[in-house]
Structures are given as C-alpha cells and as structure tokens.
Design a binder for this molecule. Structure first.
Ligand code: NAP
Length: 306
C-alpha cells in the first residue's frame, strides 16, 4: 500500500491559527509580537521569501518590519542595523535573510543578534542551548517544524533509528540535536550522513525515521528505504521540465514515486516541510514576545511554550 502523505500545508495552517490566537491574547495583555526582517541587496529569491514572511505575519496579526539595505552595505552598517533592532522593544524577533553579499561576514552578523530575539535559532548561544537540552532558547525553524510534524502525525520517536542525510548548520545538525534529546519527541538513536559517507544506502535502510536534507534531487530512492519507514524530504531542487509553464519544477531529495511504495508516511515536495518553516518562525516570534510578558512578572499561562 502506498505511503500516506504528511500534509505540511494543513499542519502549518493549524500552527498559524494557534499563533494568531496567541498573538491576540498577547495584544490584549499589552504586548504586540513583532518580527523584523533585514534584506540586503536585490536577490529575487530572497525578496520572495521576505515578502512571504511579511504576508504570514500580517495574517497572524504579528507586527512586521522590513529593513531593506543596499547591496553595497558593509558588515559594520549591517551590524549597526541589527543593534537598532536589538534595542527596539516593539521587535521580538530579528531575522537576517541569507545569503548576504560577499563583503559581509554572515557569522559576525548572526553573533550580533540578541540571542533573546534570534528567532532563526542560529546564534551560538541558541545552538548551544539546543545541544545541551535547555529549552529556553530558539530552535532553527526547519528542524523544529519537522519535529512538530512528526509529533502531530503521531509518529513515535522513542527508541527509533533516525537517519539524517546532510549535516548543515540550518537543517542536519540541529535536527540531530533535537532527535537525540531526552524528550518525548526525541529519544532516537541518530545517524548523520554527509557527502563523504560510504554506502549511504546501508545507513538509510536502517532508518525508522529518515530525514533527507542534502540538496540533491532524488538522491534517495525507494530501494534505500526500509519498508514502513517515515520519510521526511527537506530538499527543494528546481529541475528542467518542458511540460511545466516556467520550464522547471520543484522536486525533493527523495525520489517520491519509488519511496512512496516502500514508506508508511512521507512528505511531498512541494507541500511538505516547506510550509512548516514560516509557521515555526511565527511561533518563535510569539514565544519571544510571551517571554517579555513573563519577564515583567505577568503570567503567560495560555501561551505556547513560553
Ligand atoms: P547544504 O548546506 O547544501 O547541506 C547539504 C548537506 O548534504 C551537506 O552536509 C552535504 O555534505 C550533504 N550531502 C550532499 N550530498 C550528499 C550525498 N550524496 N550523500 C550524503 N550527504 C550529502 O543544504 P541545506 O541548507 O541543509 O539544505 C538541504 C536541502 O533542503 C536543500 O535542497 C534546501 O533547498 C532544502 N531546504 C529546505 C527548507 C525548507 O523550508 N523546505 C529549508 C532549508 C533547506 P557535506 O557537508 O559533506 O558537503
């Protein structure tokens, strides 16, 4: 029987509805959650991402600010813009859209964000908190979204083999850090593969939960998947397709048709992990705003994981 689909659009919609509810509660209590996004230059893909984040904020009632800087911006100027947002009480989350122009040191910019406003979860303080299992940091949005999807789909993780293909700082490593934690949504035995891994299939075939974030179109095929496994495809690859209106189409890192015949649950591309990333960004922003309320002594009892 072909695998059931995990509908990321539906899960994300439900998270965004939760976020809108929590935002309304916070506004009533005098805190209006705010997200600032800094865009440097004119990268068209980045501009699209920034617009969709703004739209998602508007729909959830979150105050959003876009700071658009010229492509010639220096690292010092960008760090200065971050410092202003760090000091702005109306801003609870700060995101610097990557990639940045070559003259800017992206790591230095990430380090300049106040860790308490780092809703992307890339600041070393938040990376460290995630690894040691402290729950008051921010978890990067894509892996957080994947864990949320697994939970909401009723996938049992405790005691399971989780194999992650890819070790990037934004997906693979934080994903591994989440799945190894002693939490109900973790407790996996985790393997992380990279481009130098020998015999990738020998690892992926052991996975009860297989998470693929390699950026290689259809790298994982059905014969590399254990029957009944849960497969999460993070990849977003544009491939030529003469039948598509724009001449290209989006495929994942998993060969969907062959994988679906073997897996029990699988995320499609598009419509799987993608929609979760923005939903978790909104959730992190609301959490950050809720923390300012608890820091002021008020009770944030109704608020998501604050
Ligand atoms: P990345 O920074 O390019 O990292 C890719 C990782 O995959 C690297 O660790 C690389 O190993 C590993 N890899 C590449 N080929 C491999 C192979 N043949 N066998 C095993 N490992 C291999 O990419 P990323 O930022 O993590 O993104 C991965 C994919 O997810 C991309 O398609 C990206 O567009 C997509 N993505 C989607 C979302 C979303 O919201 N849906 C969010 C983020 C990323 P090395 O370290 O050895 O090079």
């Amino acid at each position: 029987m072909p695998a059931e689909l995990i509908d990321g659009v539906a899960v994300a919609r439900s998270i965004r509805a939760d976020v809108a509810r929590e935002t309304a509660i916070l506004v009533e209590r005098g805190v209006h959650p705010g997200l600032a996004v800094i865009l440097v230059g004119e990268n068209p893909a980045s501009a699209v991402y920034v617009r969709s984040k703004r739209k998602a904020c508007d729909e959830a009632g979150i105050h959003s600010v876009t700071v658009h800087l010229p492509v010639t911006t220096t690292g010092a100027e960008l760090v200065g813009a971050v410092a202003e947002l760090n000091a702005d009480p109306k801003v609870h989350g700060i995101l610097v859209q990557m990639p940045l122009p070559d003259q800017i040191d992206a790591d230095a910019v990430i380090r300049s964000i106040d860790p308490a406003k780092d809703v992307d979860g890339f600041h070393p303080v938040n990376v460290g908190k995630l690894l040691i299992g402290e729950r008051d940091g921010f978890v990067p949005c894509t892996p957080a979204g994947i864990q949320e999807m697994l939970q909401r789909s009723g996938v049992v993780t405790t005691g399971r083999e989780c194999v992650i293909v890819g070790r990037s700082n934004i997906v693979g490593k934080p994903m591994a850090a989440l799945m190894i934690q002693d939490t109900p949504a973790g407790n996996c035995t985790v393997t992380v593969c990279n481009s130098r891994t020998r015999n990738l299939g020998a690892h992926t075939r052991r996975a009860d939960i297989l998470i693929v974030a390699a950026g290689r179109a259809r790298l994982v095929t059905g014969d590399m998947i254990k029957p009944g496994a849960v497969v999460i495809d993070v990849g977003m690859n544009s491939i030529p397709d003469a039948t598509a209106s724009r001449g290209v189409r989006l495929v994942g890192d998993v060969d969907f048709d062959s994988a679906r015949e073997v897996a029990s649950l699988i995320t499609p591309v598009p419509g799987g992990v993608g929609p979760m990333t923005i939903a978790m960004l909104l959730m992190n922003t609301v959490r950050s705003a809720a923390r300012t309320l608890s820091a002021s002594g008020a009770s944030p009892e109704a608020l998501i994981g604050a």
